[in-house]
Design a protein around this ligand. Structure first.
Ligand code: CU
Length: 161
């Protein structure tokens, strides 16, 4: 039986498909426009006991990504090898396309990364800030996401969410 909640979702999907069909072809070919098609694959490494990492994986799944969660006891090593400085580590390490995305980075910021394709190793949201995706609670302030350079230069601010 369909719940009342399902009906608007289906209508919204249909509306999105119709809207996409009405868009001229060149717009559909833009990288950002492709997001409505297939979800973006993500491989997410986490400590086996981390539950906020699971919540974050679910958040990504609900926002156009397809997350494969890989529990590991070597997270610090994976993060270090990926180029994340120890003092900027998040609580899980994701690989998305050519980039590493560490910690509870909001989906729009990942999209910004994938759309702009900067020549960097990736981005990180250090620690487990309250109010970040998967963490719940109220935000204590803006979430500062850092870009990790591929030339050894110091991390810089990539986005304030
Ligand atoms: Cu966490």
């Amino acid at each position: 039986m369909q719940t009342r909640k399902d009906i608007p979702m289906t209508r919204r999907k249909l509306a999105m498909i119709l809207a996409a069909m009405a868009v001229p072809a060149p717009v559909l070919l833009r990288p950002g426009a492709a997001r409505s098609a297939a979800p973006t694959p993500v491989i997410l490494y986490k400590n086996p006991s981390c539950s906020c990492c699971e919540a974050y994986a679910q958040y990504l799944d609900q926002n156009g990504f397809a997350v494969e969660v890989r529990p590991t006891n070597d997270l610090a090593e994976i993060s270090r090898k990926a180029g994340i400085p120890a003092d900027l580590e998040g609580c899980h390490t994701s690989f998305i396309g050519a980039y590493v995305v560490d910690g509870h980075v909001p989906a729009p910021t990942i999209r910004k990364l994938l759309d702009e394709m900067p020549a960097i190793v990736g981005i990180t949201l250090p620690g487990m800030p309250p109010g970040s995706p998967g963490m719940g609670d109220e935000k204590a302030g803006p979430l500062t996401v850092y870009a990790i350079s591929n030339d050894g230069s110091p991390p810089r601010v990539f986005a304030e969410d």
